[in-house]
Design a protein around this ligand. Structure first.
Ligand code: GDP
Ligand code: MG
Length: 382
């Protein structure tokens, strides 16, 4: 266990904690029995005592915790026949000032139902857009994460939050360092990429040059015989926005099998969360499997609670949220972190127990980090 104390270890291997303190003392480390110690120290100690100490990653530990409540995170319950199509989840990435925010705004505005344009109530950090492809209405979920904080956090945890990356490149500026960074992120996460060549309304815009530059990085446009869709757009004039939406749908259909079980207890990920003066903790979550309902018992990272209200991306109350829908959740006891998973559980008691265990663990880990820092400080004092 991470951040375990000598007492924890002593209990596991059935020895007197004082004996462990003594062994460590002889190895040159002064630690009390109840203090949490670094993983490395536990391993050194184990080796000394001929025990093979396995340090479990926080992810594995959490999985075990959930399993002890008979919960599996990340899997659709049931068989093929339980699965239904869900909208793709898209993250917009690219170099600073290349127009990510503007493009997201434009896509959203162009979609707001008649008359409401400009009257967008609030941004919840994610929203859905509907478009028509082959006479069918298709939804697309966009995640707008400044700095891709949640994206990075989720990737570090091996959770997949995004299905497709839209790489925004300004046609007047071309490929820049963060363009490459974003591209590397997307490729590392194995995401299909759609390139939006933005700002084509500007003087000096050179969309052909952008295609040439990205070809060097392995993104070969379809028109050059490759398999990446490039769409020329302007977030200011609105040119190319429909084509961009269509390209996303086509990419989803061609490369991905996007289905989820809408009937199970909801699971997903927190995209953003904050403490609101009037409403308490407010979390925007993306439902990945199942359907989230008002009244559900929920645990999100170290936070738990009963869903008091759900708000959609226009700030309207909804009673439920199906797979791929981003929604604001009210009713949590604390603020979860961006990238934390959420799960609906049978009852409030289960939610509280899981949250309490996670919090205790986080406390221990923080203590252990503190202990490590202390050892280093002592080292520098000498
Ligand atoms: P971000 O840092 O990638 O989110 O970039 P922003 O969306 O904040 O845009 C940076 C600047 O570029 C802003 O001043 C936008 O108004 C401008 N901009 C964004 N898209 C376009 C476009 O298509 N055409 C023009 N002319 N300007 C744009
Ligand atoms: Mg921005």
């Amino acid at each position: 266990a991470r951040g375990a104390s000598l007492t924890d270890l002593a209990e596991k291997i059935g020895v007197d904690p004082a004996a462990l303190v003594q062994v460590l003392f002889h190895l040159g480390e002064m630690v009390t029995a109840t203090q949490s110690v670094a993983d490395e120290t536990l391993q050194v100690l184990g080796a000394e005592l001929n025990y093979d100490i396995e340090v479990v990653s926080p992810e594995d530990e959490d999985r075990e915790l959930l399993e002890s409540f008979d919960i599996e995170f990340g899997e659709n319950e049931g068989g093929e026949e339980e699965l239904a199509a869900r909208p793709p989840v898209v993250t917009v990435m690219g170099h600073v000032d290349h127009g990510k925010t503007k493009l997201l705004d434009a896509l959203r505005k162009s979609n707001v139902a008649g008359g409401e344009a400009g009257g967008i109530t609030q941004s919840i950090g994610a929203y859905q857009v509907a478009t028509e492809v082959d006479d069918q209405e298709r939804k697309i979920t966009f995640i707008d994460t400044p700095g891709h904080e949640a994206f990075t956090a989720m990737r570090a945890r091996g959770a997949k939050s995004t299905d497709i990356a839209v790489l925004v490149v300004a046609a007047d500026d071309g490929v820049m360092p963060q363009t490459i960074e974003a591209l590397n992120h997307a490729q590392a996460a194995d995401l299909p990429i759609v390139v939006a060549v933005n700002k084509i309304d500007k003087e000096g815009a050179d969309p052909t040059k952008v295609r040439g530059q990205l070809t060097e990085y392995g993104l070969v446009p379809e028109e050059y015989g490759g398999d990446t869709i490039f769409v020329d757009v302007s977030a200011i004039t609105g040119v190319g926005l429909d084509e961009l939406l269509e390209a996303i749908v086509l990419t989803a259909d061609a490369a991905l099998d996007l289905r989820a079980n809408p009937e199970m207890d909801a699971q997903g990920v927190a995209i953003e969360a904050h403490l609101d003066k009037g409403r308490g903790p407010v979390a925007t979550v993306l439902v990945q499997r199942g359907t989230l309902h008002v009244g559900d018992s929920i645990v999100a990272g170290p936070a738990h609670g009963r869903v008091r209200a759900l708000l959609n991306d226009s700030g309207e109350n909804v009673t439920e949220a199906p797979p791929s829908m981003p929604v604001q959740v009210l009713g949590l006891t604390a603020v979860p972190g961006a990238g934390d998973s959420f799960i609906v559980v049978d009852d409030d008691r289960t939610a509280r127990q899981i949250a309490d265990k996670r919090e205790a663990r986080a406390r221990m880990a923080a203590q252990a980090a503190g202990a490590r820092r202390k050892t280093l400080d002592q080292l520098f004092e000498q």
